[in-house]
Ligand binder design. Structure first.
Ligand SMILES: [Zn+2]
Ligand SMILES: [Zn+2]
Length: 311
């Protein structure tokens, strides 16, 4: 239902076998891209979910390894038939408009509109083409404004026949209530919420990159107790020789990413944004799994599909 692909798993520089970290989400036939370093469009092609269906880009921050792929991607998108009726919206923190206006000097005259949405952190919003997916974001701790994003598919409560019967709603009217309409029963009105069971958790994926740990980030993963099905997290440093660097460049270690997953109540963790010196992230995986067992060392094109719980 919510398909997620880690397009690239590297930080700072693209390497021959590791692209810069970016993630692609497919929902309802449309694509949402999170970050776009150099070469991201090659990964989108390889995943083959249909570049033409890209309508939304979410940028975490304005560092080169997260945005330099944008002009090339937007030019390629121009050759897919995307037209003036099919806008592309790019969201991100300040200075989004200044930076993208500069980048797009080299990609003028695109055949489709490009809209910008400047975010501060704390916003929650839907997309023009679907109300079945919610995006939220939180400000994180990097050396420039930086956001973590959550994508949530909420789940409606189940229709409760016992409640409908108790309220005297004839069976012939149940379908209307199930479709969100109110019905008259005698001289009173029964609304859909009168006949629904308890809330059900939806599906949530969170992408965190380029930050130190913060309490707000843990709460963001917790999502009011609903938790996060898949956390994709910065894990720039694993080896002890690199650990002091995490303070200078404001990134997470494997252990810190795992702690975020554990304390945030995540179900699964993919590590990403590995530093160029970290040639074999999987060799250090125990530094994360000792804290949060359900951890995978991310790699380019790692893909999964998230669905609602059986209930
Ligand atoms: Zn980065
Ligand atoms: Zn950065």
């Amino acid at each position: 239902m919510l398909d997620v692909c880690l397009l690239g798993s590297g930080g700072t520089q693209p390497l021959p076998n590791r692209r810069l970290s970016a993630a692609l989400v497919r929902f309802g036939g449309s694509l949402i891209l999170i970050d776009c370093g150099e070469g991201t469009q090659i990964g989108i092609r390889e995943r083959a979910w249909g570049l033409r269906n890209l309508n939304t880009i979410l940028l975490t921050h304005m560092h080169a390894d997260h945005i330099l792929g944008i002009p090339g991607l937007l030019l390629t998108l121009a050759f897919t038939g995307k037209d003036e009726h099919d806008p592309l919206t790019i969201y991100g923190p300040e200075p989004l408009v200044e930076i993208l206006s500069g980048l797009l000097v080299v990609a003028p005259r695109l055949p489709y509109p490009v809209h910008y949405g400047v975010l501060e952190g704390g916003e929650q919003f839907g997309l023009d083409y679907t109300d079945a997916l919610t995006i939220d974001c939180v400000s994180v701790e990097h050396d420039i404004p930086c956001l973590a994003y959550g994508l949530t598919v909420p789940r409606a409560p189940r229709f409760d026949p016992a409640r409908a019967e108790a309220l005297g709603v004839p069976r012939s009217e149940w379908r209307r209530l199930q479709h969100g309409e109110s019905v008259a029963v005698g001289n009173r009105t029964v609304v859909p919420s009168d006949v629904m069971g308890p809330p059900r958790r939806g599906v949530r994926v969170v992408l965190v990159t380029d930050t130190r740990p913060t309490p707000a980030l843990t709460r963001f993963v917790q999502a009011d107790g609903n938790g996060t099905d898949l956390l994709i997290s910065d894990a720039m440093y694993a080896g002890p020789e690199d650990l002091p660097k995490r303070w200078e460049s404001q990134h997470l270690t494997f252990a810190e990413a795992a702690t975020l997953a554990r304390d945030g109540g995540a179900r699964r963790l993919w590590l990403t944004h590995f530093g160029p010196a970290l040639t074999d992230p999987a060799a250090y995986l125990d530094r994360a799994t000792s804290i949060f067992p359900n951890t995978e060392a991310g790699y380019d094109l790692l893909t999964d599909s998230l669905t609602f719980d059986d209930e």
